[in-house]
Design a protein around this ligand. Structure first.
Ligand code: UD1
Length: 417
């Protein structure tokens, strides 16, 4: 079984280039199903999740072709089946994003429910409510959601919570609906804007993406396009925190600084110097980290996908920090692993209280999910001795070449079979 071995590494230094955004490319790939012509997409990150989504597009009848290193051409001229199989959907929750495009283009979609249950900790009720409002009939049976419609019709939809996935799925479904959809309390993440820009570049009519109210005027047909994915703000944030935690000095290239404001603000509060340029950010840290309190919120609030990495950094803060997770239940699985490395932490409900001044030491730990895995790497960089991280496939879902990139910054990290 593949492992990542990390040893204490102070003062990461050098330059690092961020890849295209995982959370942008997944909905964008799903949106290629809306268009019968070729979509050429650049800056595709080399990630397991992208491979899964490409496999799903091919299973549905699309042609997917890799033209250059980070470029893909997808042509969904013929959709041969509207059923997304269990084997592919169960591998990745974001596969459910094919439901909106299939439903609006084929008037029928049968998609396995992610996680096998619609009322678990990550339900899909908001996606389904949106599809129902647009005029589809929804049935759930044998673990599948089956949605059918004669023709989707634009409507006013209010989201009870600004879910990223539901906003994306509803935007895609409304793109080929008849009439105008006004989506209120929509998610405002930069990845939503990227998706809307991609659809508009194919002839879609979406305004207001990036605000709470998005207007989608249905169009009859989309045409070929070429698009470059935005940089991954979470990958960028992870390397910023790794640099800050190790007392390093790192230039992070290929970023959109405005997407990183909540992360920048919290790092500055922790005493880290951040210099912002047009498309790069320099992180310069001293040896001490000040304690900070964090509350995860929908964008432009602090991203839930960054709290685990901050927890690793705040282990060495000179005082108590509180991390309050408001987006997901049960997103403190990394706490157990970090506690075994010596993190002084207490979880009370949705808050983790970090005492600070923890003396971390290397241990055998498990990457319980993608961001938890990245956080354990950062904890390993701070810990005395050797940290052995298993279940690294979680990390590969969202970080391409993480080991190589950190080695280039001087980190003592390697894969081991
Ligand atoms: C996306 C991101 C993920 C990030 C998350 C929150 C992708 C591929 N993934 O996930 O990295 O952590 O946004 O920023 O973009 N909810 C419901 N009903 C629904 C849908 C969601 O109750 O129908 C709840 C979820 O259980 C969760 C919260 O809403 O508590 C946020 O989920 P959502 O914004 O939908 O996250 P994802 O799109 O799954």
């Amino acid at each position: 079984m593949e492992k990542i071995i990390v040893k204490k590494s102070s003062n990461l230094h050098g330059n690092i280039k961020v890849d295209g955004s995982k959370n942008s490319i997944l909905p964008i790939l799903a949106a290629t199903l809306l268009c019968p012509e070729e979509c050429k997409i650049h800056d595709i990150p080399n990630l397991q999740d992208v491979k899964i989504m490409c496999g799903l597009l091919e299973a549905l009848g699309a042609k997917v072709e890799k033209t250059e290193t980070n470029t893909l051409k997808v042509t969904a001229e013929n959709i041969t089946t509207c059923e997304a199989p269990y084997e592919l959907i169960s591998k990745m929750r974001a596969s459910f994003l094919v439901m909106g495009p299939l439903l609006t283009r084929c008037h029928n979609a049968k998609v396995y429910m992610p996680g096998g249950c619609a009322i678990g900790t990550r339900p899909i009720d908001l996606h389904l409510k949106g599809f129902k409002h647009l005029g589809s009939d929804i049935k759930s049976e044998n673990g599948y959601v089956n949605a059918t419609t004669e023709q989707l019709k634009g409507r006013d939809i209010y989201l009870d919570f600004p879910s990223v996935g539901a906003t994306e799925n509803i935007i895609m479904a409304a793109t080929l609906a008849e009439g105008e959809t006004i989506l209120e309390n929509a998610a405002e993440e930069p990845e939503i804007v990227d998706l809307a820009n991609f659809i508009n570049s194919m002839g879609g009519n979406i305004v207001g993406a990036g605000t709470k109210t998005i207007r989608i005027k249905g169009v009859k047909k989309l045409h070929k396009t070429e698009h470059t994915v935005i940089p991954d703000r979470i990958e960028a944030g992870t390397y910023m925190v790794a640099a800050a935690a190790t007392g390093g000095d790192v230039m992070i290239e290929n970023v959109v600084p405005s997407h990183l404001q909540p992360i920048i603000a919290k790092l500055r509060e922790a005493g880290v110097t951040i210099e912002e340029y047009d498309d790069k950010i320099r992180v310069k840290a001293g040896n001490t980290i000040k304690p900070v309190d964090i509350k995860t919120l929908p964008y432009p609030g602090f991203p839930t996908d960054m709290q685990a990495q901050f927890m690793a950094m705040l282990s060495k803060a000179d005082g108590t920090s509180i991390i309050n997770e408001t987006i997901f239940e049960n997103r403190f699985m990394h706490v157990n692993e970090m506690s075994r490395m010596g993190l002084h932490v207490k979880v009370e409900g949705s808050s983790a209280i970090l005492m600070g001044n923890s003396h971390l030491s290397g241990a055998k730990v498990r990457a319980t999910d993608l961001r938890a895995g990245a956080a354990l790497i950062i904890a390993g960089l701070l810990a005395d001795g050797e940290t052995e991280i298993t279940e690294v496939y979680h990390i590969k879902r969202g970080y391409s070449n993480i080991v190589k990139k950190l080695q280039n910054l001087g980190a003592d990290i390697r894969y081991e079979k």
